[in-house]
Write a protein that binds this ligand. Sequence first.
Ligand SMILES: Nc1ncnc2c1ncn2[C@@H]1O[C@H](COP(=O)(O)OP(=O)(O)OP(=O)(O)O)[C@@H](O)[C@H]1O
Length: 600
Amino acid sequence: MLLSEFVRSPKYTVDLNLLQSDSQRVISKMKALSLLEAPVSNEGRWAGIFRVFPSVQVFPSGSTVQFTEFGVWMDDAPYLYADTEIKEWQFLTDHNIIGVVNKEEEFLGVIYVADLQREIHSMYKKASERNREMDAIIDNAYDGILIADALGYVTRVNPSFCRLTGVNEQSFVGVHLTELVKQGIFKEPSVTWQSLQERREVSGLQRYPTGQEHLVTSVPIFDQAGKIQGVVANVRDMSELSRLREELAEVQDQSQLYKTELSNLRKRVFFDEIVAVSPQMRNVRELAERVANFDSTVLILGESGVGKEVIASLIHKSSARSQGPFVKINCGALSEELLESELFGYESGAFTGARKAGKIGLFEAAEGGCIFLDEIGEMSPALQVKVLRVLQEQEFTRVGGVEPIQVNCRIIAATHRNLKEQIRKGLFREDLYYRLYVVPLHIPPLRERKEDIPAMLQYFLNKYNQKYGTQKTIHPVVIQLLQHYSWPGNVRQLSNLIERMVVTIPETVICEHHLPEDFFNLENSSEDSSLDVLKKTGNRHISIKTKVPNKSLNAFNEMERDIIIQSLSRFGSIRKVAQALGVSHTAIIKKMKKYGIEKN
Ligand SMILES: Nc1ncnc2c1ncn2[C@@H]1O[C@H](COP(=O)(O)OP(=O)(O)OP(=O)(O)O)[C@@H](O)[C@H]1O
């Protein structure tokens, strides 16, 4: 703070000439203004102070004084330069005012001693408050703090510093930093000493007598003139940090473990959606689960409706690309041109009818995810070349475009065709076949894995009961019957049949006679006839004689005949059978005649 901030214009300034010529007038004026002291200037320069003594005259010893009737003026009265910095009250004066001059000693004004004292007092108060705050901060800091002066002597350490170094305060205060190194309290090189010598911030690890290593950061302190005042060292407890780091690593490990477990669990849930009871289907499921973890191309082989798309979608859902898109296309459902523009997109104006802005293809749409090329065996050789390029170089060109486009998507292909046969016929490229055949997954037809059928029936029954809010069950005989059906449409056909029966049959139990006629009229290659099936179910009480079955009976007739035979053996009389089946007595007799059934 500079003195100039306190300079004020005096209430009344006395001109030396006036004082000498007419001191009485000066005194009257001062009295009128209730002033005891007034600065005296001589041609704009500081000359001294004129003091009015109301009664007794006191003359400071050694002063050069000039008397008037009631006052005295002193030409050695105090004055200060305006740029004096106020640090403390350094001089004593018995005057109320002090003159202030500039460098040329021209009179600028006065300062009132009382003002100055008040200001200095408040400065001290603030400084001591700040000191107390600083003390509290330093003493309570969790980090260790050491302060040394410009020469390197320690002036202060806080309790944390003593705790971290394991050395008491007395061993530090007043001791030189190099001495502390000599005593082995600080290991060479001392970060703090280095910071002081090099006049810059220095950080480093220091090992202390506790055996522990801590991070020290030392910062030199400069005054306004850039002169070094000392150094402050901050010591951070690294043991706490390394403990936290270890804890964090442990938590991260654990969270990684949970993530893996969660993703495995999710995979399990996805794969549990697939009915797989037969060993063949279990193998397919296991293999699909395994390949899901790798980004390899998968070729799924199998008849229509066996579940190729289900498997492809599950592989995607449980792969690392699961957050990306799963794009599917049936290559057999579109013409070559349309399929090409669907798969690869086209540039603007590529062909008549093309959109002006062009269009992105499905390969681009599958970026970061997976593309499922269903019925790839139906694709034309020209397009096969383009797909091969995607597989080999991960790039393609849009229809009508020249710029290659990079793509990152996993390819899963499927076909019901025998691709080897197609290659022989020249319809499928061998190079593409081997590119696709990295991991082949063969899904057998339903007729080759009959163990799956009861579980499938139950699975679809639950699914459609849930969907339609019904509570249908299936009679065990129907299960047996359906298990031995050849299922040309595989799982899709089975699913459709159950849905149809759940929604069309009014009764709760789905029985043989509910099976639709057209279902059995379908030419199928079941190796067992329905009749054989019923026989195999082995009702030991059957005492029904049947003639040799008529070879021309179709599946439905066979089933009708089986139902009558089975009902007769169960209920014992034609009347009861008619009742149970909800038809007339004569209708049963007619049917028995038709199928050559005799009741003993
Ligand atoms: N193992 C299975 N478990 C449960 N549902 C299945 C299973 N296999 C197939 N499905 C069901 O059968 C239906 C047909 O399956 P999907 O469409 O996957 O067969 P696909 O082999 O791809 O047929 P296409 O070759 O005609 O496209 C789907 O509704 C699917 O949900």
